[in-house]
Ligand binder design. Structure first.
Ligand code: GLU
Length: 442
């Protein structure tokens, strides 16, 4: 394997398209992890030679997505650094200088206005940190400058890796087939060949083929919009092609940084699994400190029209702390917790059907209502004792009260511990909803 004794410098070199795709984010992440692991430098270089697609908006999507995922770059646009500019569109003079160097070796010739690089005729051996040894012979000379005078991808990519002193090229496997061309250029320019690590493709969740931006769940901005926790998405992305030993999946990023070695990256393609991602996201939500959870939940509930902007933080904390252990994603909060904030919540028709199958729920609710009206102390213990008493008095099981009551105060059949729901809703609301249920005849 190529080795290098200089400090690690890696780069993420996206061509902005207006989308920040799961696959690109994973490439950025693996570079970032490796830089952190080695104490090296993570460079962001924008390969924006395709002028049409290179818009302000495309850059904004990229930068925001990276920052949201916590993938801050040490050098690059907006961060600066000694090897800029970090936009290929601003580096024409660098490319021209390197072209002169290459011409001096006698391996550049012109044909039909384009400039060609004359290949060595030797097979190139790449000791890829992921793929292992890959050997490939470039048989044909290839274009490095088009007849319109602009340099092509292979040339600018290699020149920038040399000029920016990149030591490790970590990128998608789709570039493996370009690598022998790149190695030819590194050698011809008298530069040290970096370590290559070609990371496996991400396959779509169902069926064969690489995940594309059209596939559901492919864009980072969708997760931003759906209030996924960026730490959770980043944790999941780590698992697409890499895994810690012992089948662990959820682990703090500090630990991932410590463990992350290029040699542990899988050769096999990774398959995108939205359910696993949702599961990891839910785990992260359940582990948040309550203040952080409230900070994330408030905008979700406000945007759903459930909470006033200035609604009480104490009430929000109370709701969240009784429901956190059963939460899924933050985007499910309006549905899961809506009834704490409005009387006008949706009802689960299946639960309604179920409680009416078992006799008249209104009678049960009426008995409970009478007992609760005279109950002063709405703590869990007191509520439980009160409802137990109601059940015993009529010789019924407590279970036959709980579902009708839960449905009457929340419109659903599941949720946080029922006595906690009653406590947090408070006596006034509970009484009002039980009365409403009875008046409506269920
Ligand atoms: N601009 C190329 C891409 O987005 C980068 C290739 C590389 O990382 O060397 O695929």
């Amino acid at each position: 394997m190529a080795t290098t004794s200089s400090p690690v410098r890696v780069r993420f070199a996206p061509s902005p398209t207006g989308f920040f795709h799961i696959g690109s984010a994973r490439t950025a992440l693996f570079n970032w992890l490796y830089a952190k692991h080695t104490g090296g430098t993570f460079v962001l270089r924008v390969e924006d030679t395709d002028k049409e697609r290179n818009t302000e908006e495309a850059l904004r999507v990229l930068f925001e997505g990276m920052r949201w995922l916590g993938l801050d770059w040490d050098e690059g646009p907006e961060a600066g650094g000694n090897y800029g500019p970090y936009f290929q569109s601003q580096r024409a003079d660098v490319y021209d200088n390197y072209l002169e160097k290459l011409k001096a070796t006698g391996r550049v010739y012109e044909q039909d206005g384009a400039l060609y690089f004359k290949v060595s005729g030797e097979p190139q051996v790449i000791e890829d940190a992921v793929r292992g040894r890959v050997e490939r012979l470039e048989e044909k000379d290839f274009v490095i400058y088009r007849s319109n005078g602009t340099p092509v991808f292979h040339f600018v990519n290699v020149v920038d890796d040399i000029a920016m002193k990149i030591t490790h090229v970590i990128r998608g496997e789709d570039h493996l087939s370009n690598t022998s061309k790149h190695v030819e250029l590194f050698k011809a320019l008298g530069a040290e060949v970096p370590v290559f690590a070609h990371i496996p493709l991400i396959l779509k969740s169902n069926g064969p083929g690489k995940m594309s931006k059209r596939d559901e769940g492919a864009l980072i901005e969708d997760y931003q919009k759906r209030s996924f926790l960026p730490d959770a998405l980043r944790n999941y992305l780590c698992l697409l092609g890499w895994s810690p030993k012992e089948d662990r999946e959820i682990l703090p990023v500090g630990e991932i940084i410590e463990l992350f070695e290029l040699s542990d990256i899988n050769k096999n393609n990774a398959r995108f699994d939205e359910q696993k991602l949702a599961h990891i996201n839910a785990e992260y939500v359940r582990q948040l400190p309550i203040e952080t959870l409230a900070w994330h939940a408030r905008p979700v509930l406000t945007e759903a029209g459930l909470m006033a902007e200035d609604a009480s933080e104490d009430f929000l904390h109370a709701v969240l702390s009784i429901s956190q252990e059963k939460m899924r994603g933050l985007d499910s909060l309006p549905e899961f917790l809506g009834y704490f904030f409005t009387d006008d919540y949706a009802e689960d028709a299946k639960v309604r059907e179920k409680i009416f199958k078992k006799g008249d729920p209104c009678a049960r609710v009426q008995e409970a209502l009478m007992a609760l009206e005279s109950l002063e102390d709405f703590s869990e213990a007191s509520l439980e004792a009160c409802l137990q008493g109601v059940a015993e008095a009529s010789g019924e099981k407590i279970g036959s009260y709980l579902l009708p009551l839960r449905f009457a105060v929340s419109g659903v059949g599941v949720g946080p511990s029922f006595y906690s729901v009653l406590r947090v809703l408070g006596k006034d609301i509970v009484i009002r909803r039980l009365q409403r249920f009875i008046q409506a005849g269920g």
